[in-house]
Design a protein around this ligand. Structure first.
Ligand SMILES: [Zn+2]
Length: 72
């Protein structure tokens, strides 16, 4: 006679909940590298992800375009 092990079932449920939580978490796509994240720029930055506000705006525009392409 077999019956579901309540401990295994709970562990499986918990694992699924963790997977869902991870999937919904915003991905940390940007890490601090010390260089401007605007692809063509490559300037060194002392802090933050971009050397100037123009680069940040460029980057955000490109990212937005990528997301829209993914949706369409
Ligand atoms: Zn830059």
């Amino acid at each position: 006679m077999t019956h579901p092990d309540p401990i295994d079932e709970a562990a499986e449920r918990e694992r699924q909940m963790i997977e869902i939580a991870l999937a919904n978490r915003p991905k940390p796509t940007m890490t601090y590298t010390g260089f401007c994240h605007n692809g063509d720029c490559g300037e060194k930055t002392s802090k933050g992800f971009f050397c100037c506000s123009e680069c940040r705006e460029d980057y955000e525009r490109i990212e937005r375009a990528k997301q829209q392409r993914r949706v369409a």
